[in-house]
Design a protein around this ligand. Structure first.
Ligand code: R5P
Length: 290
């Protein structure tokens, strides 16, 4: 297998290639003065199984188009099969019609990628696994939660309380608990579909004097985490840490969260950022090696 180093995930692609002892295909990319994207593969892909590593964090449109162009270029140059490794899959949160008149963006993106020539997709902690059934080709979501929990375990947080800020994400806290060997719980979050305003309710759990680690898939505006921290502080925990797979950290999100009174934010290199201290290279390499 050859690894195509997508411009949005060059470093991660290189780490995956090192792990797998695979050859890399560098990519030339540029943006024209009018904003259009240009892509050229700088290596042979003929008769090769190739994996394109390209995250699709903001600017999502540009990164998705780059991914489609890389797939098209690979197909035209005779690649045998094309796997897209998309750590953060843009538009995956719109997995159904919530309000009449909306598109199912996740499905539209999937069809676009198929048209570009992609045969298979691997992503990481997709927001809703159900969305993968809508894909017209095999698509799988792997998890980085144990890698994040491992980070805290190595720093002496065995037994920490794993918390999810939303009932729908309780599986993340439960998965982290397997590594941390403490308890887990969740908050109940409600987001107004029109205003975006978040309200949160507590569940019955005891965190007094304990280290709490909040596990979430995505941090975007930071609103969810800040609301969770505000509630948690009322329970007098020893410390609060935040772990997330996809640190989008839009605008002032990082500052807002740090100022809310937490110790640390840790994310993965799904979205390269100042908090990306855990690499996805090993979970992705293991999946590719199967
Ligand atoms: C939503 O359900 C996700 O799991 C995240 O909690 C959410 O996307 C985070 O967004 P924000 O940081 O804007 O609150």
């Amino acid at each position: 297998m050859k690894i195509v180093l997508g411009p949005a995930s060059t470093q991660l692609g290189e780490l995956i290639a090192q792990n797998l002892k695979a050859e890399t295909v560098p990519v030339i990319s540029k943006t024209f003065p009018d904003g259009e994207s240009y892509i050229r593969l700088e290596g042979k892909v003929e008769n090769e199984d190739i994996a394109i590593v390209q995250t699709t964090s903001p600017p999502q449109g540009t990164k998705l188009i780059q991914l489609a162009f890389m797939a098209d270029a690979a197909k035209r140059n005779g690649a045998k099969s094309i796997t897209a490794i998309v750590p953060y899959l843009a538009y995956a949160r719109q997995d159904k019609v919530f309000l009449k008149g909306e598109a199912i963006s996740a499905e539209t993106v999937a069809r676009m990628l198929q048209a570009a020539g992609i045969d298979r997709l691997i992503t990481v902690n997709i927001h809703q696994e159900n969305v993968l059934f809508r894909f017209p080709f095999p698509a799988k979501s792997i998890s980085a939660i144990s890698a994040l929990a491992e980070y805290f375990l190595k720093r002496g947080y065995a037994g920490a309380f794993a918390l999810s800020p939303d009932a729908g994400a309780v599986h993340l806290a439960e998965e982290a608990r397997e590594t941390l060997r403490g308890e887990f719980g969740y908050l109940e979050k409600n987001r107004d579909r029109y205003t975006g305003q978040i309200t949160m309710k507590t569940k019955n759990f005891e965190v007094k004097g304990k280290n709490v680690i909040i596990f979430d898939d995505i941090i975007s505006s930071g609103g969810t985490i800040v609301a969770a921290v505000q509630i948690l502080k009322g329970f007098s925990p020893k410390g609060i840490h935040v772990a997330c797979v996809h640190p989008l950290l839009i605008g002032e999100a990082e500052k807002l969260i740090l100022h809310s009174g937490i110790q640390e934010i840790v994310g993965t290199d799904s979205v390269p950022s100042t908090v990306s201290r855990v690499s996805l290279a090993s979970v992705i390499s293991q999946e590719l090696a199967k």
